[in-house]
Design a binder for this molecule. Sequence first.
Ligand code: RIB
Ligand code: CA
Length: 309
Amino acid sequence: MRMIIDTDAGVDDAHALMMALARPELNILAITTLTGNIGVEHVNQNVFTVLDVMERDVPVYQGANQPLVKPWQWETEAFHGTDGLGDWPDRPSTSRHLEPEHGVQTLIRLANAYPGEITLVALGPLTNVALAVRLDPTFPTKIKQLVFMGGTIAARGNTRIPSAEFNIYCDPEAAHIVLHTFPQSTMLSWETTLQHPFPLPWYDALIAIPGAHAAFLQATNAKMMQFVAGDYLLPDPLAMAAAIQPDLVIESQMRVMSVELAGTLTRGQTIIDYTKNNLRKPNIRVIQRMNLEGVYALYQQMLGANLAD
Ligand code: RIB
Ligand code: CA
């Protein structure tokens, strides 16, 4: 499977990256970065650190440093820390560097090099994906599948706009472009995230696995876990698991989805049209249920557990 990962790493992005980097069958062509959880310069460094921890070499390309319209505001320090990776105290330095190409150009170049072959996993705002569409309108037809973490199904959000999820809230215009140009994409929503936590005993067993990967999971999560009441939430890793192993998706529905751009109380809310008078074709596969034990096995693998145990 040829894959590109677009990320605003972030703590949960880092764990999703680990999950993909631990899979030998994945040919990760590129990691493209953008501003979201934190400014893109920090995101670059955070991706480099994950590559160091996983001892993998994947080219990294910087993408958008701002949303399309409304200027970005930093709002996630409490969860992702001042460096976007949980302010991990013993964080080693990295000697990795960016590739010179802009991340949006990378998306377009690779889609044209491998038409119909690439799984694009978007773990942050959809700014890079939207810019790729605007620069090359054929881009959506050349991507095999787009899987993204973002949006709400029933208006239960996690931002200052109560009904908006962070990735869409960060750049609603980008989400609008993507929802209206990709014939179909797969969405892992905030509600689905809330319905699929790892119970703390599961999480405790993971961080007890010997080795640097589990130590990294624990160290980077320490700040986030202060805010989590009793469970470990894994938004981006769930989206990544759905892309890596589609049979982990137990239930999903095809829906017609739009995003609110102007609402005083609702800007950034994703809206599903359940009525029958909408003439649009379903444009989104909404994941409802996942095989959480299967996702857990992906964590065990990325942390180097001997699955034969
Ligand atoms: O709402 C959760 C999403 O916002 C995740 O992708 C997290 O990394 C943040 O970007
Ligand atoms: Ca993210």
